[in-house]
Design a protein around this ligand. Structure first.
Ligand code: ZN
Length: 73
């Protein structure tokens, strides 16, 4: 079987509330903390931690995506 045909999507869970974290939130964590961060949080916990509105984070994510950041593709 060709290697790498099956990509097992790793499911990340929020370190705060243990909810599954979507790609956007994970990308944001990596972008805002560190690409190899273990601090993966869901959007609401991330917003809480950074003391910003979730909408602000979504806007940021859009900006990063438009800038072609591969973390968000
Ligand atoms: Zn959370």
């Amino acid at each position: 079987m060709p290697y790498g045909m099956i990509k097992m999507g790793k499911v990340y869970t929020c370190i705060v509330c243990d909810e599954p974290v979507d790609k956007i939130s994970k990308g944001l964590c990596q972008k805002l903390f560190d690409r190899h961060t273990k601090k993966i949080m869901c959007l609401s916990c991330l917003a809480n931690a950074l003391e910003v509105e979730e909408a602000v984070l979504m806007e940021k994510a859009e900006e990063f995506k438009e800038a072609g950041c591969t973390l968000f593709l």
